[in-house]
Design a protein. Structure first.
Lengths: 112, 114
């Protein structure tokens, strides 16, 4: 079975630009969460979506937004990129809310 | 607010020796606890979880963790370390708020010395 997939793998953007990151959950998983992992730190929660509805949002500015599609895939959008947005962005899905989440390989975003 | 502490930035263990990676937590209510491992330039891999039941939880790759409610700890253990166990390990707790977010510790780098 395919795990969580994310695209692209790597991305380089300039300050002020916009970026869209994509995620496909494990088949049958209806919940998708997004995390930001800065070098040397643990992942930080950004968003969770379940059945296309936002269930939670972390402490991130409004420049960050996300959505979930009818097929349960998800997009994370970041506007007006800052140097500090450079990080590994992880997507995770789970079958049962509250139980373990399964992570994709991540998208490495570099903002120059 | 829920939180997780991993007091060691790095743990060095000789191959074949037992290993322990420490984790303490703070939650309101019953804890849902997890361990994840991250290899270089990779996402996180789920190792094991404690939701309820036996305090000793067995997981992937021979790892286990012991839940201790009185000490609010959830240490990761393995009886005999392998060089391939070298990686970054994260302890995590589920937030019992309205969302389903997982709160991660800062991670412990495990070095297994051949």
């Amino acid at each position: 079975d395919a795990g969580v997939t994310q695209s692209p793998t790597h991305l380089i953007k300039t300050r002020g630009q916009h970026v869209t990151l994509r995620c496909s959950p494990i088949s049958g998983h209806k919940s998708v969460s997004w995390y930001q992992q800065v070098l040397g730190q643990g992942p930080q929660f950004i968003f969770q979506y379940y059945e296309k509805e936002e269930r939670g949002r972390g402490n991130f500015p409004d420049r960050f937004s996300a959505r979930q599609f009818p097929n349960y895939s998800s997009e994370l959008n970041v506007n007006a990129l800052l140097l500090g947005d450079s990080a590994l962005y992880l997507c995770a899905s789970n079958l049962v809310l509250g139980y373990e989440q399964y992570f994709g390989p991540g998208t490495r975003l570099t903002v120059t | 607010a829920q939180s997780v502490a991993q007091p060691e930035d790095q743990v060095n263990v000789a191959e074949g020796n037992p290993l322990t990676v420490k984790c303490t937590y703070s939650v309101s209510g019953n804890p849902y606890l997890f361990w994840y491992v991250q290899y270089p330039n990779r996402g996180l891999q789920f190792l094991l979880k404690y939701i309820t039941g036996d305090n000793l939880v067995k997981g992937s790759y021979g790892f286990e963790a012991e839940f201790n409610k009185s000490q609010t700890s959830f240490h990761l253990k393995k009886p005999s370390a392998l060089v391939s166990d070298s990686a970054l390990y994260f302890c995590a707790v589920r937030d019992h708020g309205g969302d389903d977010k997982i709160i991660f510790g800062k991670g412990t780098r495990l070095h297994i010395l051949p």
